[in-house]
Design a protein around this ligand. Sequence first.
Ligand SMILES: [Zn+2]
Length: 349
Amino acid sequence: MKIAMTRRELLAGLAASPFLVGEAAHPPFERIDTHIHLNRSAPEILAGFRQTRWRALTICVSRATGDEPSDLDEQLLGAAKLHRESNGLVSWAASFDARPFERPDFAETTIAGLKGWFNQGAIAVKIWKNIGMGIRAKSGAYLMPDNPALFPIYEAIQKQGKTLVAHLAEPDGAWLPLDSTNPEVGYYSKHPEWYQYGRKGAPAKEEILAARDRVIAKYPKLRVVGCHLGSNESDLPALGKRLDKYPNFAVDMAARVRYLAAGDHKAVREFLNRYQDRITYGTDFVWRTQTEQQAWQSVQTAHERDWNFFAQSSDMSYHGHPTQGLGLPEKLLRKIFYDNPVRWFPGIV
Ligand SMILES: [Zn+2]
């Protein structure tokens, strides 16, 4: 029988109810960030995760859309390495380059590649918004998520028992005028390539989401986790309808907690309560050129800020906007931050 408690265990116990802020904020369970982009060796970040009792899913993204070179191989090798070095604390999601989808050997080559990454521990496969918003056929038509060229790949992911991570479409702001009322004015000013408002021939947001939904319906045994509240960040009732309709669909809240913070908290609490088995937490932190120390600081700041938003009920500031914490009960917090990731991403612990 274990008698002695470490200081951290003692603090975690004391902090259990209500959860305190800062050093003693650790709840009595591990938390999992299901959406982060580290994808290389990160000894200091791993030490930080251990100290703050976080785990993470690091996600590779095939960003190349036109004929620019791809950095996907570097990400895949880096993510597999980080996974190994972390002793399982960080699990990882592979991805594939969908640009050659018209080549006759596309599915076969892609599936062989993915199987190689599954052998190196990948537990999920990410598809990105360049499907539906960027990659085109020779005819000029946009590659949509339900293009039959992708079916054998979805089938293979389902057969291997892995999870499909789907960032498809974008926030409503991509299809709205770019003025100060657009909540994404900052992002699309810097990334005009993803700004679709008035773009001729570009599929509407609902068309992309409908194509995604057809995939979810076609493969009922495929677990699909929709990134960023499944791109229904501004319409929780619409998201709820989709979750009701597709039991194999869940969503992460990565980079969209700010919408919840700015929204009607009664409705947000009701939503989180009603779909408490279908939601995971993620930061969407991307490690670019920062030092590892700076990267860890950013991750830790995001973790603390978001945890406080969900767990506390006091006044706080979220991205400079005054708000109040949701003060969710421990049972819900445990589901969002631990149980749901375990269930939707088998192999994450
Ligand atoms: Zn992301």
